[in-house]
Design a protein. Structure first.
Lengths: 251, 288
């Protein structure tokens, strides 16, 4: 079942760069869908469309629509706050907010009006466990999040998103600054997450794409070149360009 | 042989250069240290509890300067009441909401120029607008408003700078977690920028506390036998009092002049010290 349906999406930034050209794809519920390809392909732009974070950027023109559960989220009348709670995002560089570990996790919930301490504590434990960091931080939840290592910070950022109980989680190269062990932990968390959430990942390497993808989409210069089952894509790609990229002939 | 000579020569030139720079650095400290020592030396003997807590008498040639101290305190508080909320609001607007349009560029230009206006011009402006046109009379209210206008550019520009120094990524993350723009500003940006803003506020108010010209026509009194009772009363104030007893009163004991200067200096330097403490504490605690 398609959770998200992207129809003929095009987007051009104010500085003239064309970031997406006529992209159409459906994204299935409870899967990890990987968007990969060389830099400047439009992967991040597409992610930022899905939670309307592009509203913060100067966008010149955008066409097409994105349906999430049948609702066009690019409609100006859409409640973007509710949308962003439903579609969470983890960024490439871990950015812990300048507060304690606990406060980082409860930040979004408190904004949403949750005041009951029991609910907040419950959310902290649950989301830190799902992000595979509970054991490392449970004894020091009130210490500043910045004191953690980069890999730990990134998992706090993931927990912060999970705490909001979103339906979709977007990850934009979440392991690009992390060591292999931390990367492994984050990837393991992703596989756990897809049981409950729809996960869309921009991987930081083709290997990561191959390891994690249920479905994979190859983007090149704003166009969706190929979109298929992950296993097929990384063993027998249909398009020449996809094959060349996967084989490392360019990119 | 030759290289050895050259390297030693270079070394000499370098230490000469360093000595020269050190000398210049010391010279910049000299005036402030010199002023403080000189004023303590000349006026220290006049400062006593009676001097700080008493009223002047005998044509201000004897007694204390309590009304001037209280007056300066009132003026500083009055200035803060108007300039702090307005200045921070303006800075938040400029840093967080305003797009780069012709209007905002005009606003910035106005703020920069406001900072360059001579203080006596503010005084005349305050006389025209607050004292005469709005009929506040020569009063604490009119003087505070005049000082506020003078203080605003300092507060706005330091506050805007502190707000801009808060990393953009905090804002993006906060928005992505379902915060509105205002929630982001209130919970993250303002909180992180607060120490910087406070420093600017104190430095601005410190300048207001020490100014004579803006209050000359708008709120300062030559001599008052009692403390001001309402914002519509005129008041004595330390800088103006210092001007008066130094130039307008014949046979004025010199210790009282320097004593008054010392009290004003302590008042202003204490504010400066508070600002420095806030800044260094915040720096130690900052998480970015």
């Amino acid at each position: 079942m398609n959770k998200i349906l992207i129809e003929n999406l095009s987007l051009q930034y104010s500085d003239g760069t064309e970031s997406l050209r006529g992209v159409s794809m459906g994204i299935r519920q409870n899967t990890v869908t990987v968007l990969f390809g060389p830099a400047g392909g439009g992967k991040s732009t597409l992610l930022r469309c899905l939670n309307r974070l592009n509203d913060l950027t100067e966008v010149k023109a955008s066409l097409g629509q994105i349906l999430i559960d049948g609702e066009n989220i690019l409609d100006p009348k859409v409640d973007v706050i509710a949308l962003r709670r439903k579609v969470g995002m983890v960024f490439a560089r871990p950015v812990p907010l300048p507060m304690s570990i606990r406060e980082n996790v409860t930040y979004g919930l408190e904004l949403a009006g949750e005041k009951r301490k029991s609910k907040l504590d419950e959310a902290v434990e649950r989301s830190l466990k799902l992000s595979a960091i509970w054991d490392e931080v449970k004894s020091r939840l009130d210490e500043p999040a910045i004191a953690l290592s980069g890999g730990q910070q990134q998992r706090i950022c993931l927990a912060r998103v999970i705490a909001l109980q979103p339906e979709i989680i977007l990850l934009d190269e979440p392991t690009s600054g992390l060591d292999p062990i931390s990367t492994g932990k984050v990837e393991a968390a992703l596989l756990e997450l897809k049981k409950e959430y729809t996960v869309i990942l921009v991987p930081h390497s083709i290997q990561q794409a191959a390891r994690t993808a249920d479905y994979a989409a190859f983007f090149l210069q704003g166009e969706l070149i190929e979109y298929d089952d992950g296993k097929k894509m990384f063993t027998t790609p249909k398009q020449k360009k996809t094959e060349d990229y996967i084989m490392g002939r360019f990119g | 042989m030759m290289t050895k000579f050259l390297s030693r020569n270079r070394h000499t030139v370098q230490s000469l250069g360093f000595s020269f720079i050190t000398l210049i650095a010391i010279m910049t400290v000299l005036p402030i240290v010199g002023t403080i020592i000189f004023i303590i030396f000349k006026g220290g003997s006049a400062v006593s509890w009676e001097f700080i807590s008493g009223f002047p008498y005998d044509g201000m040639r004897a007694g204390g300067i309590l009304p001037a101290i209280i007056g300066t305190l009132y003026l500083t508080i009055g200035t803060a009441v108007f300039s702090v909320p307005l200045g921070i609001a303006a800075a938040v607007y400029l840093s967080e909401y305003a797009k780069d349009t012709r209007l905002t560029r005009l606003i910035r230009l106005a703020i920069i120029n406001l900072a360059g206006i001579p203080s006596v011009v503010y005084g005349l402006f305050g006389l025209g607008l607050f004292v005469l046109f709005l009929q506040f009379g020569t009063s604490i209210l009119a003087a505070s408003l005049t000082l506020s206008i003078m203080t605003l550019p300092v507060i706005i520009s330091t506050a805007e700078e502190s707000l801009r120094a808060v990393p953009q990524a905090f804002r993006t993350v906060s928005i992505s977690l379902g915060a509105t723009r205002w929630q982001t500003i209130r919970r993250i940006v303002l909180k992180e920028a607060l120490p910087g803003i406070l420093t600017g506020v104190i430095l601005g108010l410190e300048r207001a506390a020490g100014e004579t010209a803006p209050i000359l026509f708008t709120g300062a009194a030559f001599f008052l036998p009692r403390l001001p009772q309402s914002p519509f009363d005129a008041t004595m104030a330390l800088p103006y009092h210092l001007f008066v007893i130094s130039t307008q009163v014949p046979e004025m004991p010199i210790q009282i002049q320097y004593g008054t200067a010392l009290v004003l200096l302590v008042f202003v330097l204490t504010m400066n010290l508070i600002a420095t403490v806030i800044r260094s504490r915040a720096r130690a605690r900052r998480q970015w």
